[in-house]
Design a protein around this ligand. Structure first.
Ligand code: NAD
Ligand code: MG
Length: 390
């Protein structure tokens, strides 16, 4: 993707969300390198149309479109095509003609579009972690070496650290974690927080689901599993390190005891841009820190007694097979129930645990099987939420 070659064509799935909008910012800043050719969203028709107009994009997909939104989007202009439904998102992922597909959809809904994007041969700049948690063996099997470039900041950091050594030389991954807004809380204090408290996250401005996952540390558990698939390491080699300043985005310790860290501003655009520019580096998307003014960097171990989601996810990683898919689905339901004020934050891990206990893990064989496990876990989680909400 050098200055002399043509611009890379970019398709953004989940274009109206936190990562999607920041990916569009990167495309705007680096218009000499990047051309947006496809956009998909869940239900935000207005956001999708605004982005399509701003970047003059003709290929659109909306997963959930009512007849009214359909009419609106179709009236955009004659040259614009917008297809509707989950299948339309999957088709756009595979057929937009993009060189890079940014997967910024939230949740397991990203599995099929990610597989379609991989099948097209495009580079996949992967922000979505749930697809690796639920279907990591299928997603990585569908990817050519180097086809997936991580966008999740910790995994982008690890990927960058791995420019200094090989995957088979990793002795440990230090996966950093801000600790979330409730770091230091007791279990009892955590049981009394509201979704509004959690949505006031200090460092990052993220979508609602991951904001809650970051507050109860499920996000870090999902990231442990994500790391095992991206870098071919066992979960036992991934150590979670609480680092509240969020300046070290993660570290890789190699067999010889040497550790490489990646540091940067707590701004997702750095990781998003690198996933598109790699192996090149382009002008910074955000001001870089002046380290003389950054103050001390501190480290701590996570509190697994208060934040039980992290332990449950690590257990799911350990069990393997279909267990992480069930765990992830249960968490999606419980996370949404907490946001809707139906259950307490500490009941999220209760729901996840109940569903994991009821799951007999099997070896992953097919996508249909994963979808079945996912659907069964969602039903069980929903029943558990009903019980708790009573
Ligand atoms: P968000 O809620 O802000 O945005 C989600 C996007 O996905 C929206 O555009 C929505 O319309 C779209 N969407 C939802 N369902 C869809 C479907 N079925 N088909 C197509 N599009 C659909 O979420 P976010 O914070 O941008 O996070 C997106 C993903 O990136 C998540 O998996 C999250 O874990 C991961 N991630 C986010 C951050 C961050 O800083 N926000 C950091 C690391 C990883
Ligand atoms: Mg992350």
């Amino acid at each position: 993707m050098g200055e002399t070659s043509r611009r890379a064509r970019v398709c953004i799935l989940g274009a109206t969300g936190s990562i999607g909008r920041q990916a569009l910012d990167v495309c705007a800043q680096h218009a000499e390198h990047l051309e947006v050719v496809g956009l998909a969203a869940g239900s935000d028709a207005k956001g999708l149309m605004d982005a399509a107009r701003r970047f003059d994009v003709r290929n659109l997909a909306l997963a959930e479109g009512s007849p009214e939104t359909r009419a609106q989007v179709c009236a955009l202009d004659a040259a614009t095509s917008c297809e509707f439904g989950a299948r339309a998102v999957e088709e756009l992922a595979g057929n937009s003609g993009a060189d890079v597909v940014v997967v910024a959809i939230v949740g397991a809904a990203a599995i099929a579009p990610t597989l379609a994007a991989l099948k097209s041969g495009a580079r996949v700049a992967l922000a979505n972690k749930e697809c690796l948690v639920a279907a990591g063996s299928l997603v990585t099997a569908a990817a050519a070496p180097g086809q997936i470039i991580p966008v999740d900041s910790e995994h982008s950091a690890i990927f960058q650290c791995l420019q200094a050594g090989r995957e088979d030389e990793i002795s440990r991954i230090w996966l950093t974690c801000s600790g979330g807004p409730f770091r230091g809380y007791t279990r009892d204090e955590l049981s009394r927080v509201s979704a509004a408290d959690a949505l006031r996250h200090p460092t990052w401005n993220m979508g609602p689901k991951i904001t809650i996952d970051s507050a109860d540390l499920m996000n870090k558990g999902l990231e442990v599993i994500e790391a095992t698939w991206l870098f071919g390491v066992a979960a036992s080699k991934v150590a979670v390190l609480v680092h509240p300043q969020s300046l070290i985005h993660s570290m890789v310790e190699f067999e010889d005891g040497e550790t490489i860290a990646q540091l940067g501003a707590p701004d997702m655009r750095g990781a998003i841009q690198y996933a598109m520019s790699y192996p090149e580096r382009w002008e910074a998307p955000a001001p870089s820190p002046d380290w003389r003014e950054m103050g001390p960097l501190t480290f701590d171990a996570p509190d697994l007694d208060t934040f039980r989601c992290l332990g449950l996810a690590m257990e799911a990683a350990h069990v393997g097979g279909t267990m992480p898919a069930a765990m992830n689905a249960a968490n999606e339901i419980a996370n949404a129930a907490f946001r809707a004020a139906r259950i307490r934050m500490t009941e999220i891990d209760e729901v996840v645990e109940v569903v994991m206990d009821a799951t007999s893990p099997a070896t992953v064989e097919s996508l249909e099987q994963i979808f079945e496990v996912d659907a069964r876990a969602r039903r069980a989680a929903e029943a558990c939420v009903e019980e708790l909400a009573r």
